[in-house]
Design a protein around this ligand. Structure first.
Ligand code: FMN
Length: 200
């Protein structure tokens, strides 16, 4: 199977969401699940902010060579989503939201006419639904409360392109002392183990 794995932490080796992504990869290997990985570290290789020029390149009817080149950036990211059987996102919480690097990825993948279209009844998704797993790391505690602005935002972004089969695994309270952090990571790892076992 092909899995698209996107990580987006700015904390590199100290990142909790990267740790969970690595744990997920190790568990798949341990379960003997053969995977062709499509991996992007969106923090290490960050995309620029979306501009009118880049958006214009998507819509140009007779694109110039420069527009074709610019359009390729979004085309490649969308092709990776289409090619994947599953999608896994490592998502840190930064300032109550998703990292700007991950938002820059969504800004290229939510593309009218390609991955969704506008209709009289509202937007319609154009991509096949596939399982999405979110590995979310947070300093505080939010899951299941109105203060969790990140989860509904991710659901809205993914839903726009047909990704309604979304599971969240949270490591929360990682900035609330060592004990809380260890417990949060252990719980998230156990949830990942159960998720992977259910894939076999
Ligand atoms: C720039 C920055 C902003 C943060 N903002 C929040 C926040 O709004 N709420 C929160 O609970 N934790 C916040 N934290 C803590 C992170 O959510 C926590 O460190 C988490 O482990 C980040 O994921 P990562 O380790 O994969 O980068 C922030 C951390 C950083 C570096």
């Amino acid at each position: 199977m092909k899995i698209l794995l996107l990580t987006s932490s700015i904390l590199g080796d100290n990142s909790q969401s990267n740790h969970l992504a690595n744990h997920y990869k190790a568990q798949l290997k341990a379960q003997g699940i053969q995977v062709e990985w499509i991996e992007r570290d969106l923090a290490e290789n960050s995309l620029p902010h979306l501009t009118a020029e880049e958006m214009g390149s998507w819509m140009a009817e007779t694109p110039t060579e420069a527009q074709l080149q610019l359009r390729q950036r979004s085309d490649d990211l969308i092709d990776e989503v289409k090619a994947a059987d599953r999608i896994v996102l490592g998502v840190p919480m930064y300032n109550f939201g998703i990292p700007t690097q991950l938002k820059a990825w969504f800004d290229r993948v939510l593309r009218a006419g390609s991955t969704f279209r506008y209709t009289a009844e509202g937007p319609e998704a154009l991509l096949e639904t596939k399982p999405v797993l979110i590995l979310a790391a947070r300093g505080g505690l939010y899951a299941g409360t109105p203060a969790d602005s990140q989860t509904p935002h991710l659901k809205s972004l993914l839903g726009m392109i047909g990704q309604t089969d979304v599971e969240f695994i949270y490591a929360e309270g990682v900035s609330m002392g060592d004990e809380a952090k260890q417990k949060a990571i252990a719980n998230a790892e156990a949830a990942i183990d159960a998720h992977v076992k259910a894939m076999v």
